[in-house]
Write a protein that binds this ligand. Structure first.
Ligand code: COA
Length: 163
C-alpha cells in the first residue's frame, strides 16, 4: 500500500509557505493529498472550489500531489483515503497551542491518526493567508509570498482602492 500523507488546511489562498510544507512532505511519502477544508465556521475570501483551483494550478508540476476538498471531520476524510498520517506546518511558537489542541481532539476521535509537524523555511515563518490579503488590499508587492497566479486572482478579488 502506498504511503499517503494528508496536508489539511483552509488555504485561503495558498502561499509559498504552504508550498514549502508540501515540498517537504513529499520527501517522506509516496503520495500527498492536499485536503482543502470547507469549514463553514471560517469565513473565506475564496470559495472552496476556487481554493482547490488555485492549489491545483500551483502544484500541477509536482508529481504525487493531489488536491481534494473535504467537509466534515478530518478523521473521516482520512478513513476514506485509508490514510493515518497528517502533516501540518509549525511556524512560530504561537502555532503550537492551537496545533496541540487539534492533535489531542483528533486523537480522541481516532486513536490511530498521527500528525507530523514540519517547519517551513525561515523566509515564510511569519507568513499567513490573512497577511497577503491585507498586503494586496494595501497595494503592496506580494511576489515573494505567493505564486503569480494566486497574486493575480487576489488582485481580482481585492481591487486596490487608492485614496
Ligand atoms: N505557511 C503560511 N501560512 C500558513 C502555513 C504555512 N506553512 N501554515 C498555516 N498557515 C496559516 C494559514 O495561511 C492560515 O492563515 P489565516 O488564518 O490568515 O487564514 C493559518 O495559518 C491557519 O490556517 P490553516 O493551516 O489552513 O488551518 P486552519 O486552522 O484554517 O484549518 C484544519 C485547520 C482544516 C486542519 C482543521 O480546521 C480541520 O481539521 N477541520 C476539519 C474539521 C475537523 O475535523 N475538526 C476537528 C479538528 S480537531
Amino acid at each position: 500500500m502506498k504511503k499517503i500523507i494528508i496536508y489539511p488546511g483552509s488555504f485561503d489562498p495558498v502561499t509559498y509557505g504552504h508550498l514549502d510544507i508540501i515540498e517537504r512532505g513529499l520527501k517522506i511519502c509516496e503520495q500527498l493529498i492536499v485536503a482543502v477544508s470547507s469549514n463553514p465556521l471560517k469565513r473565506t475570501l475564496f470559495s472552496i472550489e476556487e481554493r482547490v483551483i488555485l492549489l491545483k494550478e500551483v502544484t500541477k508540476k509536482m508529481k504525487n500531489v493531489q488536491v481534494e476538498k473535504f467537509d466534515g471531520l478530518l478523521v473521516d476524510f482520512l478513513k476514506r483515503k485509508e490514510a493515518r498520517i497528517v502533516i501540518r506546518g509549525l511556524r512560530a511558537v504561537s502555532d503550537f497551542e492551537y496545533e496541540f489542541q487539534m492533535v489531542l481532539a483528533n486523537r480522541r476521535l481516532n486513536e490511530s491518526m498521527e500528525t507530523i509537524f514540519m517547519m517551513p523555511s525561515e523566509s515564510y515563518f511569519y507568513l499567513s493567508s490573512s497577511l497577503i490579503k491585507e498586503l494586496v488590499a494595501l497595494g503592496a508587492d506580494i511576489s515573494g509570498y505567493a505564486p503569480k497566479f494566486v497574486e493575480n486572482e487576489l488582485k481580482r478579488k481585492i481591487p486596490y482602492a487608492q485614496s
